[in-house]
Design a protein around this ligand. Structure first.
Ligand SMILES: *[C@@H]1O[C@H](CO)[C@@H](O)[C@H](O)[C@H]1NC(C)=O
Length: 272
């Protein structure tokens, strides 16, 4: 496989280092300054990561990881599933205590991921329904320590507790970056956080931001520009053609074949 890497930023890296020494350079909370940060090299070298959707929605494992919203919106597919399998009045929150993660063996996961050639993992530490896989004090009684596993699922998978190499933000599209205080957060992340030297971030930081700012562009799900870009980008994709989370009713033909997966990887790799 021919691998072309395109990195226009070797020069700014040298400049940034120099400034660092000279005037203790700091990123400002504006996109021009934040975008000037060079991409930490490990990300360009890693090439393949594994994106895992796992959480309370894995209990029904039906339809997709948007189970709660789809049920709430009255989708018959989900309403019928609930009627057939759960007592009347059973809510999405009632799935929480059933998310027990009893087969979770993070060392085994790490070995399997590494053996596949993947070099990093992005875990849905908080999906859109708000349940956190770590004991968040902001998500009281709706996190993996208080409800379900009784365990810090994130902490057990990482070596360093909460020193993420990637922050993959999502659900940003309903408000501007000013509302989320994205620029202030990123300036802190790049200047002062314990992960400032190696963290990389995606581009979902507010309305109009995706495909314009961030360490790498995700743009939209399954993005592949089909040409070289002068900015790092990601093809964030699924193996099940229609769901990010495991869904038990999926048929074999709903999954990409090995041939299809390898084709997509090769096409992505060429332009990366
Ligand atoms: C990961 O896999 C590579 C081979 O692909 C191997 O050299 C390395 O030792 C593995 N790392 C761990 C921590 O198992």
């Amino acid at each position: 496989m021919k691998v072309i890497t395109f990195n226009s930023c070797n020069i700014c890296f040298v400049i940034a280092l120099t400034l660092n020494f000279a005037w203790s350079f700091r990123y400002e909370p504006n996109w021009k300054s934040l975008d000037s940060r060079p991409l930490p090299s490990w990300y360009d070298e890693a090439k393949i990561g594994i994106f895992i959707h796992w959480g309370v929605f894995s209990v029904p494992s039906f339809g997709s990881e948007w189970f709660w919203k789809n049920l709430h919106d009255g989708s018959l597919f989900y309403v019928e599933f609930m009627k057939k399998n759960y007592r009347p009045g059973f809510t999405y929150q009632d799935f929480g205590p059933k998310f027990t993660a009893e087969f979770y063996n993070p060392e085994e996961w790490a070995d399997i991921f590494n053996a596949s050639g993947a070099r990093y993992v992005v875990l849905t530490s908080k999906h859109h329904e708000g349940y956190t896989l770590w004991p968040s004090k902001y998500s009281w009684n709706w996190n993996a320590m208080d409800v379900g596993p009784g365990r810090d699922l994130i902490g057990d998978l990482t070596v360093n507790l909460y020193k993420p190499e990637i922050i993959w933000s999502d659900g940003d599209g309903e408000a501007l970056d000013q509302y989320w205080k994205s620029k202030e957060f990123l300036a802190w992340l790049f200047n002062d956080s314990p992960v400032k030297d190696f963290v990389v971030v995606n581009d979902r930081w507010g309305k109009g931001i995706p495909c314009h700012h961030g360490s790498f562009y995700t743009c939209h799900d399954r993005y592949n520009p089909g040409k070289l870009l002068n900015h790092k980008w990601e093809n964030c994709m699924t193996l099940d053609k229609s769901s990010w989370g495991f869904r038990r009713e999926a048929k074999l033909e709903d999954y990409l074949t090995i041939h299809e997966v390898l084709t997509i990887m090769a096409e992505t790799e060429i332009y990366l």
